[in-house]
Ligand binder design. Structure first.
Ligand SMILES: [Zn+2]
Ligand SMILES: [Zn+2]
Length: 446
């Protein structure tokens, strides 16, 4: 079987999905697709055009590869190009979607595919060993990363490198969330060890916003509109699958530099989402994290019981020593328990300082007090001498303290004036070093 398919595009087709079908015959053992397009980047344009491919067999999704550098796909029971899912080739009609992430306004483009199958016998390979059975550790604080990429999308390193990064940084858990594919997750699961819990999911990389679907191994639909589903419906599907849905880096720089990186779903501000990644990568002047923090405050003030998370969004070896990690209080070190604790808001985010933030008699971050007054306390250690502690109530700074390496502060809140309270640690130059999730007061939270 051999196909040659082609098409033309201009900027009006930006952010659309175009389907092409082909038939895989009975007995085919290997599928090869060569895809290419022109122009990649026109003279004088700051960024290039960006197309990717999502592949479906007659039964279901077979993967995608965001920013595929060589645009060749090979698929069989014994091999798969990263991003695509290894397995036998069901005969029948397959669909390859051209996902048009970006076309520059003045460009007209052409694209083409050469698709062929062969029925040559495949070499035998050893079956994969099963994922190891891990004894979980008990209740405690676990530090880790919820957002990372590999060669299966636009990462510059492979899955074992992501795991090695987790080990070298003494993390308790690390998470693979490639763009719109689950093809790396089986390997990620097998690399779990007593020293490091490996977790997995997908980054739903849509044209108008990115979101993490954590704890789900099945491919998740991400094509808002073309799939007949809205963003809130896609989020609902993730949650029905048992996954945790997190709006990712809502105020990252968007078009044309990073298509869809900026959250623009007006029907999801925050809609049915209850988690938002306010700390993406490193907290510096270019990250958009400060605006993400303000958005989180706005949602809290609007009565949404939102949980804040961090994610390094790591694509290559770490070069900056200051990313924020999640410090989660979970009943055990397992993926399920970590995600359950995040749903409850039982975590703070930190690039180093250690915090203990609680309220009498036994409330912690994420919990809600139905009382008129509440006694709170904050303890900190691992701060720099000139770090600054702020107590923030309803989004307004109520108290500012010099951290002085380690310390403690106690105060009382009164409802209804106080609805939620967090603590932050900032460096002398104003960048975030640690931030808690809120302790809430009163009823009526959404
Ligand atoms: Zn993203
Ligand atoms: Zn990402």
């Amino acid at each position: 079987m051999q196909y040659h398919l082609s098409g033309a595009l201009d900027y009006r087709q930006s952010k659309t999905h175009l389907a092409h079908t082909f038939v895989v015959p009975e007995g085919a053992t290997r599928l090869m697709i060569h895809f290419d397009y022109t122009p990649k980047q026109s003279l004088g344009q700051l960024v290039g055009n960006d197309l990717s491919l999502t592949l479906f067999d007659p039964i279901g999704a077979r993967g995608a590869r965001h920013n595929n550098p060589d645009r060749n796909i090979v698929l069989s029971a014994v091999e798969a190009t990263p991003g695509y899912i290894q397995g036998t080739l069901p005969p029948g009609t397959w669909t390859v979607w051209v996902d048009v992430h970006r076309i520059q306004p003045l460009d007209t483009m052409s694209y083409w595919f050469d698709i062929e199958t062969s029925d040559e016998p495949l070499p035998l390979i050893e079956p994969f060993p099963p994922a190891p059975f891990l004894t979980t550790r008990g209740t405690g604080w676990y530090r880790g990363d919820l957002h990372g990429h590999s060669l299966h999308s636009d990462g510059k390193w492979d899955v074992p490198d992501l795991v090695q990064y987790g080990l070298e940084n003494h993390l308790d858990f690390v998470t693979l969330t490639d763009h719109n594919t689950v093809s790396g997750l089986a390997q990620m699961d097998r690399l779990a060890s007593g020293a490091l819990l490996t977790m997995g999911g997908t980054e739903l990389t849509t044209y108008y916003g990115h979101a993490l679907a954590l704890g789900v191994r099945r491919w998740q639909e991400w094509r808002v509109g073309a799939s007949g589903l809205t963003m809130p419906q896609l989020a609902e599907k993730v949650m029905q699958d048992g996954g945790l849905f997190i709006i990712a880096h809502p105020h990252s720089i968007g078009d044309p530099y990073c298509t869809g990186c900026n959250w623009q779903y007006l029907d999801m501000m925050p809609g049915n989402a209850r988690c938002v990644e306010i700390w993406n990568s490193v907290w510096d002047g270019e990250s958009g994290n400060e605006k993400g923090l303000r958005l989180w405050y706005d949602w809290l003030n609007a009565g949404y019981r939102m949980v804040a998370t961090a994610g390094t969004d790591i694509h290559r070896p770490l070069t900056d020593p200051r990313p924020g990690f999640n410090i989660v209080y979970a009943i055990e070190r397992s993926e399920q328990a970590i995600l359950d604790a995040i749903r409850k808001g039982h975590l703070y985010l930190s690039a180093g300082p250690q915090l203990e933030f609680a309220a009498a008699p036994d409330l912690m971050m994420g919990d809600c007090a139905i009382t008129d007054t509440l006694d709170l306390h904050l303890r900190w250690q691992g701060c720099s001498k000139d770090d600054c502690i702020e107590i923030v109530v309803n989004g307004n700074t109520q108290t500012t303290l010099i951290a002085n390496l380690t310390g403690e502060h106690r105060w009382t809140l009164h409802h209804p004036d106080a609805r939620w309270c967090i603590a932050t640690v900032r460096s002398a130059d104003g960048y975030m070093r640690a931030i808690t999730n809120p302790i809430f007061m009163g009823e009526g939270w959404r």
